[in-house]
Design a binder for this molecule. Structure first.
Ligand SMILES: [Zn+2]
Ligand SMILES: [Zn+2]
Length: 226
């Protein structure tokens, strides 16, 4: 089920291994941020229909990073649709070269077809979809191409697997992970004024997300001793 977070912005909280999924209704642009594993595609389609869209109407998929629990939902979607896929260049270039190792699909016994990432994201880039504007923040650490999407007008950041609620943060022990870099990325988030955080897993942060980011930053800094 999608929960309304702000005008035109919804989040579906994950079940089991799926990532959370953000849906943005920007009229002609129907946007998903992350797609889950794909195991619950039928449910996702129904949930999208309940908010006036559907998997086949999605025009743009933005990935916070390319781990299988975020990218896997593209596989069923690509059967009937060809949305434009956006991903940071660090991970997009590998996938476009046919190297799927960074997705961890093998590790989790999944298979991904070759796919073409057209939207190559870079630090500072501004994505405009109708009335919705978001800035790409490159926040490596959980993976080398992890990004957060900052919707300044909504004081909202989609934080992927970088920042979680409750002073938590993403793991860094996968290939391309870095404790030092996630601490830097959390520090950066903690310096931004924002109210709402939509993380890649577990619950959203609806109030004073900046404060929550400060706690995550301090916790990570102490935990990793960097
Ligand atoms: Zn994840
Ligand atoms: Zn991840």
């Amino acid at each position: 089920m999608f929960e309304l977070i702000a005008e035109s912005i919804f989040m579906k909280t994950s079940r089991s291994f799926d990532s959370n999924i953000v849906y943005i209704d920007a009229n002609e642009n129907q946007i998903l941020i992350d797609t889950g594993t794909g195991l619950f595609a039928e449910e996702l389609d129904k949930d999208l229909q309940n908010v006036g869209s559907s998997l086949s109407k999605i025009t743009d998929v933005i990935l916070t990073h390319s781990h299988i629990d975020h990218i896997g939902g593209l596989v069923p979607m690509l059967e009937n649709n060809s949305p434009r896929i956006h991903l940071h260049k660090e991970e997009a270039n590998l996938i476009n070269a046919g190297d799927m190792s960074g997705t961890l699909a093998d590790t989790f016994g999944a298979q991904l077809p070759d796919m073409k990432i057209e939207g190559i994201l870079e630090e500072g880039q501004i994505l405009v979809f109708g009335d919705i504007m978001m800035r790409v923040l490159h926040t490596p650490g959980h993976s080398s191409g992890s990004v957060c999407l900052h919707l300044e007008e909504q004081e909202l950041i989609v934080t992927g697997d970088t920042l979680f609620a409750g002073g938590s943060f993403g793991r860094v022990d996968f290939p391309n992970g870095s404790a030092r870099l996630i601490v830097d990325s959390l520090k950066r988030l903690s310096q931004i004024d924002f109210e709402i955080a939509l993380p890649g897993h577990n619950q959203s942060i609806k109030h004073n997300a900046k404060r929550s980011a400060e706690i995550s930053y301090q916790t990570a800094k102490n935990w990793f001793n960097v």
